[in-house]
Design a protein around this ligand. Sequence first.
Ligand SMILES: C[S@@+](CC[C@H](N)C(=O)[O-])C[C@H]1O[C@@H](n2cnc3c(N)ncnc32)[C@H](O)[C@@H]1O
Length: 372
Amino acid sequence: MRTSTTTRQIMKPVESVPDAPENVRDPAALLHPLRAVPRAGDREDASVATAPDEEQVIDADATLDEALETMGRLRTARLWVHDEHGRAGQITEADCEEALAHERLHLRALRELGERSDDVITEISSDDAMGGAGSIGPYLWAGASALRCIRTAMVVAGSEAPRSILDFPCGHGRVLRVLKAAFPEAGLAAGDIDTGAVDFCARAFDATPIYAREDPQKMQIDGSYDLIWSGSLLTHLPAHRWADFLTFFETLLAPGGLLVLTLHGRHDEDALVTMQLAEDQVPGIQSQYDEQGFGYAEYRFHPRYGIAIASPAWVAGLIRARTRLELVNYAPESWEPPWPRQDVVACKASPPTTSRTPMPPAPAARGRRHRP
Ligand SMILES: C[S@@+](CC[C@H](N)C(=O)[O-])C[C@H]1O[C@@H](n2cnc3c(N)ncnc32)[C@H](O)[C@@H]1O
């Protein structure tokens, strides 16, 4: 297929990863959509009732377009895929459509990266829970769409290219790999509570490792960053923990530095259930949001971790209460990791020399600023 040929030429092959440890996936293998799509179990499992006829076959090296064209010609929605060992599995029309959608995301990512696309390290840890098994397109687009959000925030804030970047939480570098390619001059730091993920990012992307504690107030970090990206952290935490993380980020921002973080807005039931809330948790979290601008429900399978949804007004109030952060951009549903989309908030750290004009002492009746 035209598009997959292009992507194979553009992406670096996995052989470029020297001494790759065992937990590294072979992204190059994911780049041939038809080889990637058939499920391994299909080789033996297909029941006679659902299996295509003997002659309804397609070669594993064929393209998705060819598979769809063959299905149309043979009037079937399912084909056997044959490779050098015989039947490799089956592919359906829906598989082809999904794989084509993934290809399109891959191409969008490459377009966003432009000439930097060759520099994206394609080594992917098999421990990467964000990995979109079997499909590089959505994975790479998650990174590239984060870059797009960051570039937008930089334009709005009038920021220069960052010389130091902290990705917190970095996971296994889904976004960090793209930031490394886009800002090759910047020093990188990678922080996460998952020590294996931090080690992976330190090795694969030459990032300074930051082994996080659950409570950021217990962490001592020497560092000052022009850009902090925080993708999908606050999205999982109750309201009282947001302030702790904002303090943590505020302390680590260089003067004039940019904090770009992602949040969930008011999602519908489908999105909330996709994010692993139980159906009976949905009305509760939505009514909290409607009444207070913020809702949180803890995962039944993971204590102290869940899904948070926040309104722009609630978030703006939280940031207004900070001494060093100025809210510069609020971009609803603009990060695509891939679904549901997340809101992206950008804050700029005020330089020390131009700290905000001190407020006159507040009359006792007005009290202190409230932190939600
Ligand atoms: C949804 S993943 C996002 C990872 C990464 N930002 C990405 O987009 O691929 C959330 C990450 O937050 C990390 N995490 C959870 N609680 C944390 C904490 N208190 N401090 C640092 N990282 C935390 C998890 O280990 C996980 O890697």
